[in-house]
Design a protein around this ligand. Structure first.
Ligand code: C5P
Length: 219
């Protein structure tokens, strides 16, 4: 049986993770947050004290990706902002991307627990990981809306030192690095449907996404 694949890409904090989870639950598909793979690699790199300015950074970070411990994927610490920044630094390294590629493709073609399909969210799912995906969504929102959501998320997690201006600056820096890198940059696939969530809450975004699914997948 061929797995049905929904690819969701977009910049940081556009709402793609929440949407991906909800779509997966709706269709009873498996969900993979591909950003967690880069965050886990970054977490290992930070723990090992790797310095992005050092000449052996690329090789050492690639080793981290090759020997990734799956347990770290579920560690809340990988959600920290410094880990997100480091993730976008390890993500420019072709060796890191190559080391994480097979796992993602395997997940899409053979979803765990015998699920009939998979929803993957990230930056290059529709362009590189699963170019043949049955449906591609590109989720975006204004810089201010995305920074506000990320800021509120940090505050809700009890981060009393969170600063909106800093969150906005970090987000813009990360998007720039993700969009301008040579290896699998963030970009909307030609056949992806654009969904702007600036004015949408979670429920409205899900409703809009389900409408696109109905039109494109017939379900
Ligand atoms: O999605 P999230 O914000 O958790 O991703 C963290 C970082 O991982 C991104 O800023 C990006 O640099 C990298 N990433 C990537 N390709 C993906 C998913 C994430 O390069 N498919």
């Amino acid at each position: 049986m061929t797995s049905t694949v929904i690819a969701i890409d977009g910049p940081a904090a556009a709402g793609k993770g929440t949407l991906a989870k909800q779509l997966a639950a709706h269709f009873d598909f498996a969900h993979l947050d591909t950003g967690a793979l880069y965050r886990a690699t970054a977490f290992e790199a930070l723990a090992a004290g790797l310095n992005p300015e050092s000449p052996d950074f690329d090789a050492a970070a690639t080793d981290c990706a090759k020997t990734l411990n799956a347990v770290i994927l579920n560690d809340p610490a990988i959600r920290r902002d410094d880990v997100g920044q480091m993730a976008s630094k390890v993500a420019v390294i072709p060796g890191v991307r190559a080391a994480l590629l097979d796992f993602q493709r395997q997940f899409a073609s053979h979803p765990p627990s015998g699920k009939a399909g998979a929803v993957l969210d990230g930056r290059d799912v529709g362009t590189v990981i699963c170019p043949q995906a049955d449906l591609k969504l590109f989720i975006t929102a204004s810089d201010a809306a995305r920074a506000r959501r990320r800021y509120e998320e940090l505050v809700a997690r009890g981060d009393t030192g969170a600063d909106y201006g800093q969150v906005l600056a970090d987000l813009i820096a990360r998007d720039k690095r993700d969009s301008e890198r040579a290896a699998a940059p963030l970009s909307q696939a030609a056949d992806a449907v654009l969904l702007d969530t600036t004015e949408l809450d979670i429920e409205a975004a899900l409703k809009a996404a389900l409408k696109i699914c109905a039109a494109r997948l017939g379900q």
